[in-house]
Design a binder for this molecule. Structure first.
Ligand code: SF4
Length: 473
């Protein structure tokens, strides 16, 4: 059967400009999952144990013995606390602690590789944290040596999060020599008043130095993270930050919203609520940033991500080949993700599993020779269907109803009758449109694509109030 072509998107053409509608963003831009996984992690259950995860690893080859892997390593240590932080991190200056952690990471890698069936070829690796560059150049080298003794580290995308306050040209050169070709640099804001209010003093020179070193060492992609909604931020100050960031010309920019949840994240209690921009000011900062970045030639990828047209993320977006994983958007085809270290989340086949959160629990599990699994989930057939729908809407902004009907043997409008009724409200506001064959997130709806995705989140519909999520504005 010939499938009708999508109505609007020409993948050879540049991505069309976003339409920013302040009223719509006010209405739909509030909380929502980021859908780096579906179901979201708050739905994971403790009944999914270490032995369930071990069984899953053992059955992996049944699906595709040659499918490459993605690897994530969580390195939780940081020298100093940033008051806005919501990550699982450990503040210390004691490198004895990271040395011990690296030894246990080795045990987890060995245990995981031992249980894993199928190829151990890794084509995507990401070091996240915490602060991966808390580790010395020697520690980073021994980490990579350890990983390569358990996995086949093949050419691919090797990325690492960089805190310029703990990295210099020598450390960046070491990372390049170890095979890293992408860096993601935490900046947040260059305004000294904002930096003081969040306890993260980081000069523009420190930031530029690591980026210059990455480029000099042949790294192919530089990302900068920015945050809007931080204390002491305003439109004028953030505009100045944007001037300087645009001049640095990173290949990618992630523009995150700060969610002030001091009851959940203790460090945020050090932030004075009177220093926070109002919801209206925050919206103005966000709209300013999106306008400035797109005027400067950045392509809006989706959610919080922007990329220059030459960058692989922008190319993948144009070709309709984007995916989502725990780092956000990815150019890599959907593959199994093995995650090592505290609190990290693996995705293997139709399952997710998350590691324990504390060092004591982590060491304890590994001392017993057990995988440090805390919880997880095996997806139902309905979860798999909805994951496909949500990821497609968030990555491609268009969904083929025919393809879903063929793949899952459902009548879309009957299976999703309630969802289509909810979607009709979003259509009234110009965020989505559909015909018999395609559902399309419009240019007006793209900044709030997760509001469209939420319509298809069965778990969220069951209990909308149970969770707290980051906010767009
Ligand atoms: S924001 Fe990054 S560097 Fe700062 S405390 Fe959190 S994990 Fe550490």
């Amino acid at each position: 059967m010939l499938r009708p072509m999508p109505p609007a998107i020409d993948h050879a053409a540049p991505t069309p400009a976003l339409i920013l509608d302040a009223d719509l963003i006010r209405r739909y831009g509030h909380g929502g999952p980021r859908y780096t996984s579906y179901p979201t992690a708050d739905r994971f259950v403790e009944a999914y144990t270490a032995s369930t995860h071990a069984e899953t690893l053992g059955r992996r080859a049944v699906r595709d013995a040659n499918a490459p892997l993605s690897l994530y390593v969580h390195l939780p240590f940081c020298d100093a606390i940033c008051f806005y932080c919501g990550c699982n991190k450990i503040i210390t200056s004691d490198h004895g602690r990271s040395a011990k952690y690296l030894r246990y990471l080795g045990r987890e890698a060995a245990l995981t590789a031992d249980k894993l069936s199928g190829t151990r070829r890794v084509e995507q690796l990401h070091l996240g944290g915490g602060t991966p560059t808390f580790l010395t150049a020697d520690e980073l080298t021994s980490l990579m040596r350890m990983l390569s003794s358990h996995f086949e580290l093949a050419p691919g995308e090797y990325s690492v999060e960089i805190d310029p306050r703990t990295a210099d040209a020598h450390k960046i050169a070491t990372l390049a020599r170890l095979g890293f070709n992408r860096i993601s640099v935490g900046v947040q804001d260059l305004d000294p008043a904002v930096q003081k209010a969040v306890n993260r003093l980081q000069s523009e020179a420190e930031t530029s130095a690591v980026i210059d070193a990455a480029r000099a060492n042949g790294m192919t992609s530089v990302n900068i993270d920015l945050i809007y909604g931080l204390p002491k931020q305003n439109v004028i100050g953030f505009n100045r930050t944007l001037d300087r960031i645009i001049a640095i010309k990173p290949d990618r920019i992630a523009l995150y919203s700060y969610a002030h949840l001091p009851a959940v994240f203790k460090p945020q209690r050090c932030i004075l609520s009177e220093d926070l921009p109002s919801a209206e000011a925050k919206l103005q900062i966000m709209m300013l940033a999106i306008r400035r970045l797109t005027d400067a030639g950045y392509i809006y990828i989706g959610m919080d991500h922007f990329a220059l047209p030459h960058d692989s993320l922008a190319v993948a977006a144009r070709k309709g080949l984007l995916h989502r994983n725990f780092q956000g958007y990815s150019t890599q085809p959907d593959c199994d993700l093995i995650a090592l270290g505290i609190s990290s989340i693996s995705k293997v086949g139709p399952t997710y599993s998350q590691n324990v959160r504390t060092l004591d629990e982590y060491y304890d599990c590994l001392d017993r020779g057990e995988l440090p699994t805390m919880r997880g989930i095996a997806l139902t057939a309905d979860d798999l269907l909805r994951r496909n729908v949500i990821q497609t809407l968030m990555c491609q902004f268009e969904l083929s109803i025919d393809a879903i009907e063929e793949s899952y043997m459902i009548k879309f409008t009957e299976h999703f009758a309630g969802e289509m009724a909810a979607l009709a409200v979003l259509r009234e506001h110009g965020m989505v449109e559909w015909d018999d064959h395609w559902i399309t997130v419009t240019l007006r709806g793209r900044v709030m694509a997760r509001a469209v995705a939420m319509v298809f989140d069965w778990h969220l519909q069951q209990d909308r109030d149970r969770t707290r999520f980051s906010q767009l504005i």
